[in-house]
Design a protein. Structure first.
Length: 552
C-alpha cells in the first residue's frame, strides 16, 4: 500500500497567492486568489511584502520552532505548494500566479523537444553537466513568463524582486532583510517579493523534514529574530512569510544500478529525484513497467501520461503548448521516503517534490505593524472582544476576568504590551513577553475565553448518549449532550474516558452555524459529528427531538 497520498488543491495553493496581490493592487489576475490571504488585504497598506523561505514547509517550521516560536504563532493557516512540490515550479508559480501546467517550468531538469535536450533550467546547463545548453537561456526563451512585479510596474505600481540572484545580490540574510527594510522606508505604495534559498540547502545536507536538526533550527531561529526586528520597525506594512514547499527525510537509490530499467529508456529521466518523467523506447513500455515495479514497488506511483493529464496533477489551468512534450511516457511520483538520483552523487538526507503532506503543505504567516491599532490599549481590548463575539455573541468587556489587566508601557525607551495578574493576597505578576499587537490580542482571548463561556450558564440539557454505551478509541463515552444557555446560544459537551484518565470538551456553536437548516448544522460541525467522538451525523440526524431542541 502507498503511504497516504496528498495532492495540492489548486484553489488553495501558492499559485493563488500572487493573484491575491494582483487583485489587491487593482491589476488583472491570471488565476484564482488565495482566500485565506484575501481577508488580510482589507485595507490600503503602504507596503505589501511576500517573503519566501525556501523549503520551510509547515512541518519543517513545527520541528524547528515548536509551538512557542513567533513564526509559528503568527501562522494563520497551512495551504499547499504545487505539483511537483519543488523550487522551480513552486517559485515560478509564486512569481507569476500561474500553475505549473501553464508556465511549464516543471522541475529542476526539463526536456525541450525543440532542441532535443534536457536542461537544468535555472542554470541553463545540460542535465548533469556544467556545459551550457544553448547560447540563449533555453527556459526563458521557449517558456517565457511575466512576473507579478513586472505586471505591477507596467501598471504604475512600484514593485521590487529581492533575492541573492537579483541585483544588488545580497549575499547574507542580514543584507537581504536590510534591503527589504530600505524599500519599505521609501515613499509610495509598493509590492516587494523577496526570496531566500534557505533552509532548503541545510535540509538537503542535514535533514529535518521529519525531525529536528540543529543546523536547520539555528537558521530558522536566526531568521525569526531578524524578521521580528523588521516587524518592530514596520510602518503601514503587511508582511506575508511563506515557503515554496516542504521536505521529507529520505533514502537514496541510484537508478544507474538497475540497467534493466535504464536500457528501456530513450534518455535519462528528468524533473526531480522524487518526481521523474520517463521517455521509453518503442516496444519496451511493458518491459519498463514490469522492471520498474520490481525494483521500486509501491515506493513510487507509476502513472501513464494519460493518467497524469486526467488527474490534472500539474494544475487545472490552460496548458502551455510545450507542457505535454515534457511529460514523457510515464511519471513516477514518490509516495514514501525514497528518492532516485539519476544525475547527482550528493548523499542528500532530505528532499521534496513527492506526493506527501510533509512536502506539499506550507505555512501562511502574517505580520502586521507591531502596534497596528495604535498606542491605545483600549483599541486592542476592543478588538479582542470583537473577535470573541464571532463565536460568543453575548460577550462584553465586563465579562473579562477581573484578575487580569492589560497595558502598553514604556521600558528603556521602547513601548511594549504588558499583562498583569492580580493574586488574592494583593500581589501582582507582570508579564511582557515581546508580544506584538496581534499576539497580545490572542493572549487576551486565551486569558478570558473560559470566563466568557462561564458567563453564559446552562439552561437546558439534551442527552444524546445511547444507553448501550459507545467505545470511543478504547475509552468509554461518558457524556454527549447538547445544551441551551441562558443568554442564548447552544453548545455540545463531550466527555470520554474514565474517572482516572480521559477528558472533556465543550463546543459552542456560532450564530452562523445555527442560522441555516438542520442539515447545514450537521455538515458544518465536522470535528464534532464526524464520528471522532463515537457518534456521527447520521446518528444525530435520526435522534428524536434533537432538531427541535436546537430550534430548527
Amino acid at each position: 500500500m502507498y503511504e497516504k497520498i496528498y495532492w495540492p488543491d489548486y484553489k488553495n495553493c501558492i499559485a493563488n497567492l500572487p493573484n491575491s496581490i494582483l487583485k489587491y493592487f487593482g491589476a488583472e489576475t491570471v488565476g484564482d486568489t488565495l482566500e485565506p490571504l484575501d481577508k488580510y488585504l482589507d485595507k490600503e497598506y503602504k507596503n505589501v511584502v511576500v517573503l519566501i523561505l525556501d523549503g520551510m514547509g509547515s512541518s519543517v517550521l513545527g520541528w524547528s520552532t515548536g509551538f512557542d516560536g513567533q513564526l509559528y504563532q503568527h501562522m494563520v493557516t497551512s495551504y499547499d505548494s504545487v505539483f511537483p512540490s519543488s523550487t522551480v515550479p513552486a517559485t515560478t508559480s509564486a512569481m507569476t500566479g500561474l500553475q505549473p501546467c501553464e508556465h511549464a517550468w516543471l522541475g529542476w531538469d526539463n526536456y525541450y523537444k525543440e532542441i532535443d535536450k534536457t536542461v537544468t533550467v535555472f542554470l541553463n546547463t545540460l542535465q548533469g553537466t556544467e556545459e551550457i545548453a544553448e547560447e540563449y537561456h533555453v527556459a526563458r526563451k521557449l517558456t517565457p513568463f511575466k512576473t507579478v512585479t513586472e505586471r505591477l510596474n507596467e501598471s504604475g505600481i512600484k514593485a521590487y524582486a529581492i533575492s541573492p540572484f537579483e541585483k544588488p545580490n545580497p549575499d547574507s540574510f542580514d543584507k537581504f532583510m536590510s534591503l527589504i527594510k530600505k524599500h519599505c522606508d521609501e515613499p509610495d505604495r509598493k509590492y516587494i517579493y523577496a526570496y531566500w534559498p534557505q533552509p532548503d540547502d541545510l535540509l538537503h545536507e542535514y535533514g529535518g523534514g521529519c525531525s529536528t536538526t540543529e543546523e536547520v533550527k539555528a537558521f530558522v531561529t536566526e531568521a525569526e529574530s531578524r524578521i521580528l526586528s523588521l516587524v518592530r520597525e514596520m510602518k503601514d506594512t503587511l508582511l506575508i512569510v511563506t515557503a515554496d514547499h516542504g521536505h521529507t527525510d529520505v533514502g537514496i537509490s541510484e537508478i544507474e544500478e538497475y540497467p534493466q530499467i535504464t536500457d528501456c529508456l530513450l534518455r535519462t529521466p528528468s524533473l526531480e529525484p522524487r518526481v521523474m518523467t520517463f521517455f521509453v523506447k518503442k516496444g519496451r513500455k511493458r518491459e519498463f513497467v514490469r522492471e520498474f515495479r520490481k525494483v521500486y514497488g509501491e515506493k513510487f506511483m507509476l502513472l501513464t501520461k494519460k493518467e497524469v493529464l486526467d488527474r490534472h496533477l500539474f494544475g487545472t489551468g490552460r496548458e502551455h503548448d510545450k507542457f505535454r512534450d515534457m511529460l514523457g511516457d510515464y511519471l513516477a511520483v514518490a509516495t514514501g521516503d525514497e528518492s532516485v538520483m539519476f544525475t547527482k552523487d550528493e548523499p542528500w538526507v532530505s528532499m521534496h517534490g513527492g506526493a506527501t503532506e510533509r512536502e506539499i503543505r506550507i505555512p501562511l504567516i502574517i505580520f502586521k505593524d507591531f502596534f497596528f491599532l495604535g498606542p491605545d490599549i483600549d483599541a486592542y481590548i476592543d478588538e479582542a472582544v470583537r473577535r470573541l463575539k464571532e463565536k460568543y455573541f453575548w460577550v462584553t468587556k465586563e465579562m473579562f476576568m477581573p484578575q487580569y489587566s492589560y497595558k502598553i508601557e514604556e521600558t528603556d525607551g521602547r513601548k511594549e504590551f504588558v499583562q498583569y495578574y492580580l493574586y488574592d493576597n494583593g500581589e501582582s505578576l507582570r508579564k511582557a513577553e515581546g508580544w506584538d499587537g496581534e499576539l497580545f490580542i490572542q493572549r487576551m482571548i486565551y486569558d478570558n475565553r473560559s470566563a466568557v463561556e462561564s458567563a453564559n450558564c446552562v439552561k437546558e440539557v439534551f442527552d444524546v448518549r445511547p444507553d448501550y454505551g459507545v467505545d470511543c478509541h478504547g475509552w468509554c463515552l461518558e457524556r454527549f449532550e447538547f445544551r441551551s444557555h441562558k443568554l442564548g446560544g447552544y453548545s455540545a459537551f463531550v466527555q470520554a474516558g474514565d474517572r482516572v484518565a480521559g477528558g472533556s470538551r465543550e463546543f459552542f456553536f456560532t450564530q452562523e452555524q445555527m442560522s441555516g437548516t438542520f442539515e447545514d448544522f450537521l455538515q458544518s460541525n465536522g470535528e464534532l459529528l464526524s464520528g471522532a467522538f463515537g457518534l456521527d451525523r447520521e446518528y444525530m440526524r435520526n435522534f428524536k427531538g434533537l432538531k427541535e431542541f436546537l430550534g430548527f
